[in-house]
Design a protein around this ligand. Structure first.
Ligand SMILES: Nc1ncnc2c1ncn2[C@@H]1O[C@H](COP(=O)(O)OP(=O)(O)OP(=O)(O)O)[C@@H](O)[C@H]1O
Ligand SMILES: [Mg+2]
Length: 260
């Protein structure tokens, strides 16, 4: 069974086609880098997958649950770290994670254990009784991540998980993400799709790249294949996004020339 199967997803905001006819698959246990320039449609796609916003067209399956036919099953299968995780600064880490576990329907009997496990896995053991607002940005991001995994979902959707962090925290969060996807007892515990603008982050933890530009998919390939000719991921990114721009310019010129 696929972890994520997106079929012909589209999202329009008025005249803006934020995501256009986007299809892709993520296999169980994969860590996929979801790339694209600012405004390419990454966050919009993630919000459609997580049910935060309705799609204009298309559909998706999350761990076998179709987002329309079984929205609750789909949502339960997802741990989502949004671009700006909604943390409550006055709450302690423990209280916040307990609150999130409750919202995510973790049964009362296992809630305490679920919170402890998520906190441990995100390196929060020593700060569970601290108030979130007093933590550093790196630790607040860990709290967001712990909130995303507290119900032990098979699929993690992480929108720029390391943005704004210092190099040490970036490395630690990356390690954490790799560990989350590592097999346990021979089976992958989580599948991860993450967006980022940091190319060496992708090279450090992702197996496959999906690159979108202006809402359309332009690259979907294993990382090893993409860089095998000796080109850097930055070059791949620049070429894939400029090719489309030139294409658009050609179309625009064509349209202008047509009446002549
Ligand atoms: N609520 C909205 N209303 C109108 N337009 C929107 C809305 N949300 C996103 N857009 C537009 O949709 C397009 C895609 O935005 P999106 O935030 O998905 O891009 P992104 O790839 O996540 O960019 P970034 O790398 O900057 O986070 C942009 O043109 C954006 O302005
Ligand atoms: Mg975004």
């Amino acid at each position: 069974m696929l972890a994520i199967e997106a079929r012909n997803l589209s999202k329009r905001y008025g005249d803006v086609e934020a995501v256009s006819d986007l299809s892709f698959e993520v296999k169980k246990g994969e860590i996929v880098g979801f790339l694209g320039p600012n405004g390419a449609g990454k966050t919009t796609t993630m919000r459609m997958l997580t049910g935060f916003i309705p799609v204009t067209d298309g559909t998706a399956h999350i761990a076998g649950h179709e987002i329309f036919a079984d929205p609750i099953g789909a949502r339960r299968s997802i741990g989502y770290l949004p671009e700006n995780p909604p943390l409550y600064p006055e709450m302690t880490v423990n209280a916040y994670l307990t609150f999130v576990a409750k919202i995510k329907d973790v049964p009362r009997a296992t809630r305490k254990q679920a919170v402890e496990s998520a906190a441990d896995r995100c390196g929060l053991h020593d700060v569970v009784h601290r108030v979130i607002g007093d933590l550093s940005k790196g630790f607040r991001q860990r709290v967001g991540l712990a909130g995303a995994i507290v119900h032990d979902p098979p699929v993690l959707i992480l929108d720029e998980p390391t943005v704004g962090l210092d190099p040490i925290q970036i490395r630690e969060i990356r390690g954490l993400i790799s560990n989350l996807a590592a097999p346990e007892h021979g089976e992958a515990r989580h599948t991860v799709i993450l967006s980022t603008h940091i190319m060496n982050e992708v090279e450090a933890i992702c197996e496959r790249i999906i690159l979108i530009n202006r809402g359309r998919k332009v690259v979907d390939q294993p990382l090893a294949e993409l860089v095998q000719g000796g080109q850097s991921l930055e070059e791949v990114f620049a070429r894939a996004t400029s090719r489309d721009e030139q294409g658009d310019i050609a179309v625009a010129l064509g349209a202008e020339e047509a009446p002549l």
